[in-house]
Structure formats: C-alpha cells, structure tokens
Ligand binder design. Structure first.
Ligand SMILES: Cc1cc2nc3c(=O)[nH]c(=O)nc-3n(C[C@H](O)[C@H](O)[C@H](O)COP(=O)(O)OP(=O)(O)OC[C@H]3O[C@@H](n4cnc5c(N)ncnc54)[C@H](O)[C@@H]3O)c2cc1C
Ligand code: SF4
Length: 333
C-alpha cells in the first residue's frame, strides 16, 4: 500500500503551488485518475483536488450573445442538460451524452474529460514492458500487436494510441480556446487544437500544459454554423463504449444548399482530437450532395496509415463522416 496525501486547496494559486511538488497530480471527478491509480499506471502520492476551489467561474456555464463559456469544473451531465446550449449548438450536448455513462457524467468535469488518457491496453497494463507513453524509450507493443482500436491519423513510429474522448472533437470542430492559469497567476488562452500534442518521438508528452497549470475553462465563439451541427459516434455496442469512429460536424448552408463554412472534428481514428481541415476545404462553396460528402471524406482520410488490425477504420471513418454530413444537411433549422 502507498501512502497518499490529499489536499483540497481553496484557490487556484494555492493549488498551483501544491502542484509544484514533483509527485502531485490534479484530481477532478476522479473517473479516469482513480482507475489509473488502481492499475498502477499513475503512481502519484499527492492528490490536489480542484473541485473545492472557491471560484464560481470554474464551475459556471455562461452563454452570452457572442460566446459560450464552459468552466473546467462544470460537470459533463450539467452541460449536456443545458437547454439553451442544446438549442444553440446541438453538437455540444450530443458529444457529451454519447461519452461514458450517466453515472460517470454526473461525476466527471470538463477539465478532466479533455485530459483523459488513452485506452490502449498496453498502456493500461503495466505487465507490458513496451509502451513509449508509459515508459519513454521502451518501444510500442501495439505496432505489431492488437491494434484494432488504434489510430490511423496523426500516428508515429513511437505510438499509435487513439485519443478516446467525444466532447473534445466538438471543441476541435468549434474552434474553442482553452483558458488556463499557471505559475505566478499567469493566464493563457490556447487554441483547443493546439492543446494536445501528436505523439511524434515523445508520446509521453501529451499536451502543451505545464505541470503547474490548470485548465480553467473553454470559450466557444458563437457562429452561424452552430445550429446545423451533429455528432455521430460508431462503437462496438450501443451501451457505453469508446468510439471506433466519430464525426463532429457543424456547417453553415446558404439557402441554395451551398456550404459557406464547414467545421469537422474526427474521433476514434486519431491520436489527438482531430480537425479535418482538408475535408472542410472540399466542402467550402460546394452544394452538399452525397458525392461531395464522399469527396470530403476521402480528403479527410487521405493521409491515414493503418496497421494489421485496424484497416477497417479507413472505410468506417469515411462512412461515419459522410453520414454525419448528410444528416446535418437534412436537419430542419
Ligand atoms: C467506463 C468508462 C467509460 C468511458 N467512456 C467514455 C466515452 O465513451 N467517451 C468519453 O469521452 N469519455 C469516456 N470516459 C472517460 C470519462 O469521460 C473521463 O473519465 C472523465 O471525463 C474524466 O473527468 P474527471 O473529472 O473524472 O477527471 P479526473 O479523472 O479527475 O482527471 C483526468 C485527468 O485530467 C487531469 N485534470 C482534471 N482536471 C484538470 C484541470 N482543470 N486542469 C488540469 N488538469 C486536470 C487530471 O490530473 C487527470 O490527469 C469513460 C470513462 C470510464 C471510466
Ligand atoms: S500505442 Fe502508444 S500507448 Fe499504446 S503501447 Fe504503443 S506507445 Fe504505448
């Protein structure tokens, strides 16, 4: 048994000081962190619980005429049930409601949701010695192993682990920014699509956050693409499961059916929340027909690299995107 120190600091400043301890880790809802501690993947001895921070902005959900601001301590379930957000941008509650189970969504916070770790079985089973993400420089057992669930976009020779979340694909598609607070009270505003780092040669470095830095919230600028937005998730079973492929789409259609602006996030297929800009470019100023949707999907997966067991994700990912686009195009708004 390992002794664990638990701290519940009253302010972000105190929390950040607590995080300067090399063994400290942020605790939010605990639905990912405690799992990883139980299986020894995370061995921290000091938990810094941020759910008691006395700053109402951290848990707040604020909608005004130009933006939606979601505090990092807002619960997944509360944001998913927010009627005004659902009316403005259906993609947000859909992506949250299709993630995890109701019990987990009642506990989990948006900060922890975005920073959840991969479900790669070799990462989560410490009896495997080869995992560059867990033990830098040790190799990658998934490259020639069981890689059915693994990524086909944004991979490297060092790691092909898929990024598992759902809501983050919506944040990527909607061009959200991440607000943080760090050492000395320094605040940052980071483009959401820059937050996660593709694995490259250092898959253990997963985000651009410093260790003494907290996510405080997400800001999403409102725009005409929000109403026609949709999240489609394909998984092995209908009860809660991670995506094999998913698509978060939001677009602005002119009266004649021509796409003015399209935004696309892809999940279940990439190492980070994936923005499919090549597909967006195919759609821009085109009438959205089944053929054009297929061309966009082909562009989205043009750079895909499959391994022995996950070739099926290329056609599956394309079909998921085509279905999501055609569904959104047919929405009555
Ligand atoms: C059985 C199961 C099924 C699931 N299925 C899905 C699914 O289908 N789709 C999906 O999207 N998710 C799924 N999840 C993941 C779930 O959504 C996450 O566990 C949850 O969102 C994490 O939130 P949390 O508040 O519990 O985070 P925690 O577990 O407390 O923290 C997660 C990570 O974030 C860090 N952290 C938390 N808050 C902050 C902050 N403000 N600033 C900096 N660092 C922070 C922690 O240090 C930790 O590393 C599933 C989880 C389980 C257990
Ligand atoms: S895919 Fe990444 S997380 Fe999985 S074994 Fe390889 S290095 Fe580890």
């Amino acid at each position: 048994m390992r002794p664990i120190v638990y701290e519940a600091p009253p302010t972000a400043e105190v929390a950040i000081r607590a995080l300067s301890h090399p063994d400290a880790v942020v605790l939010a809802g605990g639905t990912t962190l405690f799992d990883l501690m139980k299986i020894d993947v995370v061995q921290s001895g000091r938990l810094v619980d941020v759910t008691r921070l006395q700053d109402p902005r951290l848990g707040a959900i604020v909608v005004d005429e130009t933006t939606i601001r979601l505090g990092a301590l807002a619960r997944m379930a509360d944001v998913a049930a927010h009627a005004e957000i659902a009316a403005i941008c259906p993609l947000i509650p859909q992506s949250l409601n299709l993630g995890a189970s109701q019990q987990i969504r009642n506990m989990a916070r948006l900060g922890g949701n975005v920073l959840q770790r991969t479900r790669c079985a070799y990462f989560r089973d410490v009896s495997f010695g080869q995992c560059n993400k867990r033990i830098p420089g040790s190799g990658c057992a998934a490259l020639d192993g069981h890689n059915r669930q693994h990524a086909i976009l944004g991979t490297s020779e060092a790691c092909i682990a898929v990024y598992p979340g759902d809501f983050p694909q919506a944040l990527a598609a909607l061009d959200a920014t991440v607000e943080t607070i760090g050492r000395g009270g320094r605040t940052r505003s980071i483009r959401f699509t820059d937050l996660h780092r593709p694995p490259g040669a250092t898959p253990h470095v997963e985000t651009m956050l410093e260790r003494e830095e907290l996510i405080t919230g997400y800001v999403i600028r409102r725009g005409p693409w929000m109403k026609r937005s949709f999240y489609l998730k394909i998984r092995d079973r209908q009860s809660y499961a991670f995506a094999l492929a998913s698509a978060a789409v939001a677009f602005d259609l002119a009266g004649d059916g021509v796409v003015r602006e399209a935004r696309i996030g892809l999940g279940g297929v990439a190492t980070v929340p994936w923005r499919a800009r090549d597909a967006e470019a195919v759609l821009r100023n085109r009438r959205l027909t089944a053929d054009v949707a297929q061309q966009a999907a082909d562009a989205a997966f043009a750079g895909a690299l499959a391994r022995s067991h996950n070739q099926f994700k290329i056609p599956l990912g394309k079909q998921t995107l085509v279905r999501a686009l055609l569904h959104a195009a047919a929405m009555e708004i």
